[in-house]
Write a protein that binds this ligand. Structure first.
Ligand SMILES: Cc1cc2nc3c(=O)[nH]c(=O)nc-3n(C[C@H](O)[C@H](O)[C@H](O)COP(=O)(O)OP(=O)(O)OC[C@H]3O[C@@H](n4cnc5c(N)ncnc54)[C@H](O)[C@@H]3O)c2cc1C
Length: 338
């Protein structure tokens, strides 16, 4: 059997890529190793720029409005309201279901399989018994396809950062994404339903979820007595590198193409933007690598800068600086949220 595009990975970016390709008139088969509704450790904040990208695909997931960001430490908070539209807190399972429905509606074929081998040549790719003109690898942070085609590059061995998340049954108390900066981790609170908030935490490999929450009195008080509404999940290490975003007719999209960190809550918007330029490249538009660099530049520069500051003695000054320099803080948030 032969198709125009095979997408490996049925997370949000793989599904978005498949939908985007169908909307461009291409035949698409999506290969995903899991056949249930996929959940994943994530802060679940869709930044304002992600929503129009999803709407273009015909996907409008339900969630809670996110009107801005609030950086907080034990002494102060710096609040910033998005200028160009609002974002949305969306449970990963809700996002997955909405994208899956739309992909099915558009006739994306699905195969449940774990990809362990890729044969690529000048005219296309053979994978899991399928022949395709293009392969979009959206198989996540630890992308097996990236390794199989020789684009994997070692990430840093020091100061590696990981993520944890869990949900709690409590009514959201804010329409801002609250980010609590503790000595060693950042804790994100995202409302995702009228009675559920997500708590996501970024930090080193020894980050203890319960201990970290207990160390933030304001948050611990809000969560006192709230039942967990999901199990604790983790992901990482975040920093993953690819030698380049494509090789011949294999294009890496989403986290598979390399990732810096979740500190700016940008993975989804970025992945949807990559899906769009990947389909453009496969239909005679500009080459993927240059477009990938263009759509990821701000993320790579600003996120690396913030992670660098978070891992340095400057860490303790981040919330005070955001509070004293609201213009600069707002400009950075807007740049990333677009
Ligand atoms: C703690 C944390 C907080 C975050 N917060 C935010 C946030 O608030 N906002 C935001 O936008 N982003 C956030 N992110 C980042 C975001 O979660 C990712 O960028 C996003 O999930 C990337 O989607 P993806 O489709 O590329 O990869 P994934 O969601 O990882 O999907 C990859 C898929 O590929 C499949 N797969 C893997 N290997 C194979 C194989 N060999 N064969 C077949 N299938 C395979 C997997 O089963 C999976 O379904 C956060 C991440 C973390 C860890």
């Amino acid at each position: 059997m032969s198709v125009d595009v095979v997408v490996v990975g049925g997370g949000p970016v793989g599904l978005a890529s498949a939908i985007e390709a169908r909307l461009a008139g291409l035949t698409v088969t999506l290969i995903e190793q899991r056949d249930d509704t996929i959940d994943k450790a994530c802060g679940e904040g869709l930044m304002p720029g992600a929503l129009p990208l999803l709407a273009r695909l015909g996907v409008e997931p339900e969630g809670m409005p996110l009107r801005g960001v609030s950086y907080r430490d034990a002494h102060r908070h710096a609040d910033y309201l998005f200028r160009g539209g609002i974002g949305r807190g969306v449970r990963r399972t809700t996002l997955h279901s909405a994208l899956t429905r739309r992909a099915e509606e558009l006739g994306v074929e699905r195969v449940t399989a774990k990809v362990e081998r890729v044969d690529a040549d000048a005219t296309g790719v053979t994978v899991a018994g399928l022949r395709a003109g293009w392969l979009f690898a959206a198989d996540g942070l630890h992308s097996p396809v990236r390794r199989l085609i020789g684009l994997e590059r070692p990430g840093p061995r020091r100061a590696r950062r990981f993520g944890l998340r869990q949900h709690f049954a409590v009514a959201p108390w804010s329409e801002l994404i609250e980010v609590y900066w503790t000595r060693r981790s950042e804790v994100y609170i995202t409302p995702v339903a009228p009675d559920i908030v997500g708590v996501a935490m970024l930090g080193g490999s020894r980050t203890d979820f319960a201990e970290t929450v207990a160390g933030i009195p304001e948050l611990a008080e809000r969560l006192t007595g709230a039942e967990p509404a999901s199990s604790l999940r983790g992901a990482g290490p975040f920093r993953q590198r690819a030698a380049r975003p494509s090789k011949g007719r294999v294009l890496l999209v989403g986290d598979a193409s390399g990732y810096v960190d979740a500190i700016t809550g940008e993975g989804l918007r970025l992945g949807f933007a990559q899906a769009r330029v990947a389909v453009a490249a496969a239909t005679g538009g500009p080459a993927y690598d240059g477009q990938w660099r263009r759509v990821t530049r701000d993320f790579r520069v600003l996120t690396s800068g913030l992670v660098g500051a978070a891992n340095s003695p400057l860490r303790a000054g981040i919330v005070p600086a955001a509070s004293m320099l609201p213009g600069l803080y707002g400009a950075v948030v807007e740049r990333l949220a677009r």
